[in-house]
Design a protein around this ligand. Structure first.
Ligand code: DC
Length: 224
């Protein structure tokens, strides 16, 4: 099983990177954050409190999350419904971060992620804990990071492109709060795996980051 795991803080560009690396290598892209977001959306629709671990865990057990390819795009299906857009709002970002602190929720999600990996030949897994908990034996681990200000600027631009108008200061505050919550939670806090390669991409374009990481992948896959 060939797994490349990409981890890092919110807004480091790991989603874009993982997607493109998967495309370039012909691997499947496993967006673990999208899975937490999909579950958060379902919890929100069922009006489940984000602090109610037993209900969330039960919900996770009875939820099916899949990724399907449509042309160049990958869609996220929540119990068969395409929720690719619906999970990208600031509300769902916040709820996903809140529900992901619960160990029982994480256990259910990690199980789903490992099952997906079993079914494919090559995988680019992206998200918190993919390098430490989900795929500790990954072929290559990348910890992608940048300063909070740079990450907030990128997220702000992304939101603008989606027509969501938020002041930069609010986006930065959100990034700092999510960093704090993601790094201090008891179960699987955001942290670098000892054997991860740190890629700090302040001031780099997406293409520069991609080229650098593809070089690392090809070296590790023995195609360098
Ligand atoms: O990467 P993202 O912004 O789509 O992730 C949404 C939230 O889900 C984020 O706040 C942290 C959480 N998450 C997690 O706890 N573990 C993962 N493997 C992926 C995401």
């Amino acid at each position: 099983m060939r797994v490349i795991a990409i981890d890092g803080p919110a807004g480091s560009g790991k989603s874009t990177l993982a997607k493109r690396v998967a495309q370039a290598l012909g691997f499947v892209y496993l967006d673990t954050g999208a899975m937490y977001r999909a579950l958060a959306l379902k919890a929100h629709r069922h009006q489940i409190d984000p602090d109610d671990e037993p209900s969330l865990s039960a919900l996770a057990q009875s939820t099916q999350i899949e990724f399907v390819r449509e042309g160049d795009e990958q869609k996220v299906l929540l119990d068969g419904e395409d929720v690719s857009q619906a999970i990208r709002t600031p509300l769902i970002s916040d709820l996903a971060s809140r529900i992901s602190v619960h160990s029982r929720v994480r256990r259910a999600m990690v199980q789903m992620q490992k099952a997906i990996a079993q079914q494919v030949n090559g995988l680019v897994a992206e998200g918190r804990d993919t390098t430490t908990v989900v795929f500790p034996d990954a072929l290559l681990k990348i910890f992608l990071t940048a300063s909070p200000e740079e990450r907030a600027r990128r997220r702000w631009e992304q939101l603008q492109e989606q027509g969501i108008d938020q002041p930069y200061e609010a986006v930065l505050a959100d990034i700092l709060e999510r960093d704090r919550r993601d790094t201090t939670r008891a179960d699987s806090p955001l942290k670098q795996a000892d054997d991860a390669i740190v890629v700090r991409n302040d001031g780099w374009t997406k293409e520069q980051t991609l080229e650098h990481v593809l070089m690392l992948c090809r070296e590790r896959l023995g195609e360098g």
